[in-house]
Ligand binder design. Structure first.
Ligand SMILES: Cc1cc2nc3c(=O)[nH]c(=O)nc-3n(C[C@H](O)[C@H](O)[C@H](O)COP(=O)(O)O)c2cc1C
Length: 378
């Protein structure tokens, strides 16, 4: 099958060192080998076909993903921040160690009680939420959960939020060196109080500045989460990559509102909420597609994943992994099932790593972004 392969930069280099493209490190662990079924004696005509099928079943599939700085995910199916709590809540329902990674709920320096209710509402093909980063604060998160995480094989990535560069840096410093914390995902879709409430994520300068400051503060693998609420994602993605991020995650929710019954006011207590679920998948595909043409660091896609076809779509536009968010509320077992289904799909199409499926829908040369209005051309 025709498949283009993105070169993934490993960033296990000293800060400031030049980036040398290197193929992803492979870790065979956790790849499953399906045992051959015991078979009846076969006719010679059927033998070669059956042997080929057996051989295909025996092929070991390597789903690992190297994000740099020593963070190698066992597989590319992660759970998204805000959809899986701190992981411990799902311990009875899901074998968490079969996940690629857990991105925990957004964590801030001080505890936050979150936004006024109502905070969630269903929408066609998705939901709106305005939880408002309710969380107990970084110190309580470390105290309550890090010990449990340290006993798990699954990497736990802490989603960090703040209202100033110094907030992000301080939360990161407190997470640095804590056993059980495998990396940081910066949620930069927050108002920057220092810049009059302008979101870090919608301005290349602010996004680069906060990324660089956190990069200086930690050797932990650093993922930065893109907002879809921008005209052109490419300068923002480039600024974040140049500031030293190891990977991008995309996308956070789309800003929206719902109207209350009776139509006298907006429905959510916070007025604005973030739209997520299948309705946002085309937007997420577009952002990943454009970012993948702008940067060389790995991209993890998020937005409306509900089945294997969604995972394959995101791989084809350049993502090396995906996160599952809203769909977990309907079925917490979905992410682990997707791991098995992706393995089976690799066998079916005859590749030994899902990375061979990455980028198949990308153009050979970067095209004009949608911000130029290309979608409206006749
Ligand atoms: C209830 C809820 C809470 C969320 N909380 C966070 C958060 O704390 N930090 C963050 O970066 N993203 C948060 N998100 C965004 C998701 O991680 C994800 O980016 C988004 O929902 C799109 O993926 P999905 O369509 O699969 O849900 C939240 C989403 C939902 C639905």
């Amino acid at each position: 099958m025709k498949a283009k392969r993105r070169v993934i930069m490993s960033s296990g280099r000293p800060l400031g060192a030049s980036r040398t493209p290197r193929p992803p490190r492979r870790r065979p662990a956790l790849a499953t080998v399906v045992p051959k079924p015991k078979s009846e004696p076969r006719s010679s005509a059927a033998t070669s076909q059956a042997e080929a099928a057996d051989a295909a079943r025996d092929v070991e599939i390597d789903l690992s993903v190297d994000l740099g700085r020593g963070l190698v995910l066992p597989n590319p199916i992660l759970v998204a921040s805000g959809a899986f709590g701190y992981g411990v809540e799902y311990g009875d329902v899901v074998d968490v160690d079969r996940l690629g990674a857990i991105c925990c709920k957004g964590t801030t320096l001080k505890p936050r009680i979150g936004n006024p209710t109502p905070r969630v509402t269903e929408t066609p093909g998705g939901m709106l939420n305005s939880i408002g980063l309710q969380n107990p604060g970084v110190d309580a998160v470390i105290e309550k959960y890090a010990g449990t995480w340290a006993g798990w094989n699954v990497p736990v990535i802490v989603n960090v939020a703040g209202e100033s560069v110094s907030d992000y840096v301080e939360v990161t410093r407190r997470l640095e060196g804590v056993p059980g914390i495998a990396g940081i995902e910066l949620n930069i879709s927050c108002p920057n109080v220092g810049k009059g409430g302008l979101q870090f994520a919608i301005d290349a300068g602010a996004a680069g500045e906060v990324t660089a400051a956190v990069r200086r503060a930690t050797d932990l693998p650093l993922l930065v989460k893109l907002s879809p609420n921008v005209a052109d994602i490419r300068p923002i993605a480039r600024a974040i990559a140049e500031a030293g991020a190891d990977a991008l995650t995309a996308i956070n929710t789309l800003s929206g509102i719902a109207v209350a019954p009776g139509r006298g006011r907006p429905l959510l207590g916070n007025i604005y909420g973030g739209l997520s679920g299948p309705a946002v998948k085309p937007v997420a595909l577009r952002i990943v597609y454009e970012a993948a043409q702008a940067v060389k660091i790995p991209i993890i896609a998020i937005g409306g994943v509900t089945e294997l076809a969604d995972v394959l779509d995101f791989l084809s536009v350049g993502a090396v992994a995906v996160q599952v968010g809203t769909a977990i509320f309907a079925d917490p077992t979905l992410p682990v099932r997707l791991v098995d289904e992706l393995s089976a799909e690799c066998r079916r199409v005859g590749v030994t790593t899902h990375l061979d499926l990455v980028g198949s829908a990308l153009p050979n040369r970067a095209g004009a972004p949608s911000a130029k209005g290309v979608e409206y051309r006749p």
